[in-house]
Design a protein around this ligand. Structure first.
Ligand SMILES: Nc1ncnc2c1ncn2[C@@H]1O[C@H](COP(=O)(O)OP(=O)(O)OP(=O)(O)O)[C@@H](O)[C@H]1O
Length: 642
């Protein structure tokens, strides 16, 4: 199916590339990574830095591996050590064989002498292959565990960051690059393995070379330096490109998500956003591709330069070997062994350089991950909040002359606001869109900390409270609530409090969710999603009932309800508001709603206008008194009548 009204839009929403989007390039600039100091630090990474950091990176990767699976790590280390020993044995046996074969005397005698050495070569080769298979097996076992463990630490660090962090400049970019670090953590271990294996073989080759002639090994190492520098430069370019494109890649991910997933996929289809978004996606992808291609090109150029330098240097080493032989400084028998040892050592050194450069690049990502874990880009709650715990559930929640400005916002969202809500009391917050109601609710919950003024729970400022302990006293129904692809029971309890049937059903009773239970295939254990087999999807209003149930089940001292009935039908809404008084018996309730007749249930109504409290009083008073509340209320009454 094609539609001629959309200028070439196909049924899949794919664009024919003619969708105009002239502002896209200007917008793309806004998504660039802007932390100059981080980019500068990355640009200053050198071969010397790499050489210095290599040992600590190997140790760090092994430590991480050790933490998640000691057996596999010990096994891997043993295999690498075994590989080194076998390489040395094999090399000595090859040297011995060559010595025996090139010696003078009867060929049968020489072969008999070489036979045990040949056996050692065969055994060492076989055993090394076996160890190689074991390494692959153990690495395969370790990799996923390590990857998941790194992911979990990342989630914990993100959860431990200030909720306001997402508004802080650079936070999301640093989160992204740290997340990449978490994802490549298993690579760090695999690359450390490669470096260790190459080092073990090099040790064997180097020992033989050093015995044969002291000049060969230093010469070989010197010869590999230009290649090392080229590889590090290439690794640095790739790392910088990844850093520089992180913001744009995040946007690509978000656009993909909005187009492909159910949540916004329907809307995007119905409003024919496909061509526009795909065009934007393509343009953005092209700019990311250009940056990554540039890095790949530089990497290839560096690789060629390094290989050429390495080739010249190798030729110099081989020339030195020939000179040693020609000048009689090394006899022919030793020369045979030296050729083999040199070959082995060269391969090993290249392996170290190659693996080392990859290891260092991965190490930079992992360092970004570690930095984020340390303080969540300076946003860790542990650093900005206190550790106080309250001896009992708070009685009183108080906002004292509070102002709040979101990071990067041009003006305060709240200015000089004071408010108090006690347990047993229902306070309603009303006001027009953007007047600051949700912001105030986040402040009273201790999710946001005021820019100035204080929010106190029983006289303790929220900034001094240990946040996880404090939130045990909060039940929040936010405007945009979360659908978890878990069972109804898990969605309600979130693994806390009494998770038994009776407690869950009681909460369902209070919210009215009990009415939907007969329609659920497995009752409270129904999986609430149709994205997986056996699951069942709920309607918007049914989900709102689940979220209300979640809040009621928590039995917290502070219940904050931000538009709690926006998606509910009239009967369900009536059920909530008639039950609210009973719920508020032992709770402080903060209710935000635009349906002004519903706020009659509140003890007090607070009216916000452009971040300031402009009216406060009972429903009876405010519906009589001239002011913002009465004009909004009258407007609604008229709309309801018409
Ligand atoms: N995360 C945020 N970052 C920056 N500014 C924000 C953020 N959230 C809200 N704001 C701004 O703060 C102001 C108050 O927003 P808030 O969400 O508190 O209003 P509200 O009264 O709850 O509005 P509504 O009735 O539409 O839900 C608005 O100007 C809004 O643009």
């Amino acid at each position: 199916m094609t539609s001629d009204t959309t200028g070439g839009t196909t049924a899949s929403g794919a664009s024919d590339g003619t969708v105009p989007d002239t502002a896209a390039d200007a917008h793309d600039e806004e998504y660039r990574f802007r932390d100059a100091s981080r980019l500068q630090a990355g640009a200053q990474m050198t071969t010397a830095t790499m050489a210095r950091r290599l040992p600590s990176l190997v140790v760090r990767s092994l430590r991480m591996a050790w933490q998640v699976d000691r057996g596999a790590t010990a096994g891997l280390l043993a295999c690498q050590a075994g590989t080194g020993v076998l390489a040395a044995l094999g090399l000595l046996a090859v040297t011995g064989t060559i010595n025996a074969l090139v010696a003078s005397g009867d060929i049968t005698e020489r072969l008999r002498e070489a036979a045990p050495q040949l056996l050692v070569i065969a055994a060492a080769t076989g055993l090394r292959a076996l160890l190689g298979i074991t390494v692959t097996w153990l690495t395969g076992r370790l990799r996923p565990v390590l990857a998941r463990a790194a992911e979990v630490t990342m989630i914990e660090a993100a959860l431990g960051a200030e909720p306001a962090a997402h508004n802080k400049p650079g936070y999301n970019d640093f989160y992204d690059i740290a997340d990449r670090g978490a994802q490549v953590t298993p690579d760090l271990v695999a690359e450390a393995q490669d470096v260790l294996a190459a080092t073990a073989t090099l040790t064997a080759g180097a020992t033989v070379l050093a015995v044969l002639h002291p000049v060969l090994l230093p010469l070989l190492l010197l010869a590999c330096l230009p290649q090392a520098a080229a590889y590090v430069r290439a690794a640095r370019e790739l790392y910088l490109a990844a850093l520089e494109t992180s913001g744009r890649r995040r946007l690509l991910f978000k656009l993909r998500w909005h187009m492909a997933y159910a949540e916004s996929g329907e809307e995007m289809r119905a409003c024919l956003a496909g061509p526009f978004l795909i065009a934007r996606y393509r343009r953005l992808a092209a700019s990311v591709n250009a940056a990554e291609r540039g890095a790949a090109d530089t990497g290839a150029r560096m690789g060629v330069a390094g290989a050429a330098a390495g080739g010249v240097a190798s030729a110099a080493v081989w020339a030195a070997l020939l000179w040693l032989l020609a000048s009689g400084r090394m006899d022919l028998a030793a020369g045979g062994g030296a050729v083999f040892a040199l070959q082995t050592a060269t391969t090993s050194v290249r392996g170290i350089i190659n693996g080392g450069a990859r290891l260092v690049r991965t190490g930079w990502y992992v360092q970004d991950w570690q930095n984020f874990l340390d303080n969540a880009h300076g946003q860790a709650m542990a650093a900005s909040r206190g550790t106080r715990t309250l001896p009992r559930a708070p009685e009183r929640f108080e906002v004292r002359d509070v102002s709040y400005r979101y990071d990067g916002a041009p003006a305060d969202s709240l200015s000089g606001v004071s408010l108090r809500v006690r347990r047993g009391e229902i306070v309603a917050l009303v006001g027009e869109n953007g007047s600051g109601k949700s912001t105030l609710s986040r402040l009273i919950c201790g999710l946001l900390l005021p820019t100035s003024g204080e929010v106190a729970w029983d006289h303790t400022a929220t900034s001094r409270l240990e946040p996880w302990e404090a939130w045990k006293h909060v039940a929040l129904i936010p405007q945009k609530f979360t659908y978890l692809p878990l069972t109804l029971r898990d969605n309600i309890t979130l693994g806390q409090g009494d998770t038994g049937d009776a407690a869950v059903l009681a909460a369902c009773e209070a919210s009215g969710a009990v009415e939907m239970l007969p329609g659920l295939r497995s009752g409270i254990d129904t999986l609430l999603t149709s994205e997986w087999f056996g699951g069942q999807q709920l309607s918007g209003g049914q989900w709102q009932r689940v979220v209300l149930t979640r809040a009621f089940h928590r039995q917290a001292a502070l219940l904050v309800m931000d538009e709690p009935t926006a998606a509910l039908d009239a009967r369900a809404e009536h059920h909530i508001f008639t039950g609210l008084r009973a719920l508020a018996k032992d709770r402080a309730v903060l209710l935000i709603t635009h349906r002004l007749t519903n706020v009659a249930v509140a003890d007090r109504i607070v009216v916000l206008d452009r971040g300031r409290i402009v009216q406060e009083g009972t429903y009876e008073r405010l519906t009589r008194e001239p002011g913002l509340f009465r004009s909004l209320w009258r407007l609604q009454q008229r709309t309801g009548e018409s």
